[in-house]
Design a protein around this ligand. Structure first.
Ligand code: ZN
Ligand code: ZN
Length: 401
């Protein structure tokens, strides 16, 4: 049976100034796949809609975010490997420094991961009948899960996003669940500050002149509720290779297996060769492998046209030869555009290519936003991708008799 690799280059789409990074980059491998395969333009979430990365990935993999999007908190928690249960409320969390009640550093001086791990045990606690469970990831970041009866994700965040007092958590809907959740969050905010202020790690940091990690700020609340797995939906065993926690979280949410790759950082220095090797390994046991590369989006947010162009060239040189060597069908696209001139996501379509031994070819010879306008796939939205992937693999099910 044909297998498939779906490569998502985060935020790869751009606007011409006068060229786009995809047009400016030397990328013979992606161009060859465009020449030998079929191309088009993809609006992941809907025509003109500005996608978030999480909603876009869900839609590309066949899940309607309007129905099943759990919010950022649960996806981050899943991405950190935390096990979630129905009804858990999860937040993105980060260590911060407060002085006289004011947040003076939202990232606690980008505390090193080892120090954050040393104090992370103090953040988990029990309040009333609710377990508060914390896990830190890289530097100041982490996720916090509330587990107990009668909770709601409809509460405000405590992160002030500025030099200001930690916000009080407020219920955002009527009823006892949101009130209880807000009460638990506010008690947590108080108790964690006390515990962290007394921590020996923070006393050491103070002596060294480093900002203390003496508060935890919460945002992105969401309730976890499970969805039918990717395998149940499409009959494909799928694996995910991604450096960023959010993408691993989306993949775990829909039941993909996670392959952890040393050196896959989700950052600009990520080891693409290692990711390619891992993709080949994953293909031995899985039908579909999702490979995610984050950095194109990061360069777009920085407005760094040269950096984004170089990153595309690195993907073409370090990752694509391995993916092509696999003999699998290849789908390459982005989850949205992040134009360097806007430094933010935009609703412009992203190019998509589909290549397989039996696939039709069109007259497009280059993989970029402008060339793919003329491609045989035409204009599609996220909901079209999985049926087309199944058809590309020869796994489409007949509709009717
Ligand atoms: Zn994205
Ligand atoms: Zn982004």
């Amino acid at each position: 049976m044909a297998k498939a690799i779906v490569l998502i280059m985060d935020g790869v789409g751009d606007l011409p100034t006068p060229k786009t990074p995809l047009q400016a980059a030397k990328k013979p491998n992606l161009d060859k796949l465009a020449r030998d395969g079929i191309t088009g333009l993809l609006s992941p979430v809907g025509r003109g809609v500005v996608p978030g990365s999480d909603t876009s990935h869900l839609r590309i993999f066949g899940y309607e975010p309007k129905i099943c999007y759990p919010g950022r908190g649960p996806l981050e928690a899943l991405g950190l490997g935390m096990a979630l249960k129905e009804g858990d409320v999860a937040f993105r969390a980060n260590f911060a420094t407060i002085k006289d009640g004011i947040v003076i550093d939202r990232r606690a001086g980008r505390i090193d991961t080892a120090s954050a791990t040393a104090i992370s045990g103090l953040v988990s606690m029990k309040i009333e009948d609710v377990d508060v469970i914390f896990k830190n990831s890289v530097e100041h970041r982490g996720a916090l899960v509330l587990r107990g009866p009668g909770l709601s994700h409809c509460v405000s965040e405590t992160d002030p996003h500025a030099e200001a007092a930690v916000h009080q958590c407020q219920p955002l809907e009527a009823g006892p669940a949101a009130e209880k959740t807000a009460r638990i969050v506010n008690k947590f905010t108080q108790d964690v500050q006390k515990r962290l202020s007394d921590a020996s790690e923070n006393k050491t940091r103070e002596k060294k002149g480093l900002p203390q990690a003496n508060a935890v700020l919460l945002r992105g609340a969401g309730s976890f509720s499970s969805v039918p797995s990717f395998e149940e939906r499409f009959g494909l065993r799928a694996a995910c290779i991604a450096g960023g926690a959010l993408y691993r979280g989306v993949a775990r949410f829909i039941g993909m297996d996670i392959f952890l790759v040393p050196g896959a950082t989700g950052d600009k220095d990520t080891n693409l060769f290692a990711k390619g090797k891992a993709a080949l390994k994953a293909l031995e046991t899985h039908d579909l492998v999702f490979v995610h590369v984050k950095a194109c989006d990061s360069f777009g947010h920085d407005g760094d046209f040269k950096g984004k162009t170089k990153m595309i060239e690195r993907i073409d040189k370090e990752l694509m030869p391995l993916l092509i060597k696999s003999g699998a069908c290849i789908v390459a696209t982005g989850d949205h555009s992040t134009p360097c001139c806007r430094k933010e996501h935009s609703g412009h379509e992203v190019p998509i290519l589909m290549y397989g031994p039996e696939e039709r070819s069109d007259d497009v010879n280059n993989f970029d936003e402008i060339s793919c306008m003329a491609g045989g796939i035409g204009h599609i939205t996220g909901k079209h991708v999985m049926p087309m992937v199944l058809n590309l693999m020869g796994k489409g099910k007949k509709y009717g008799s």
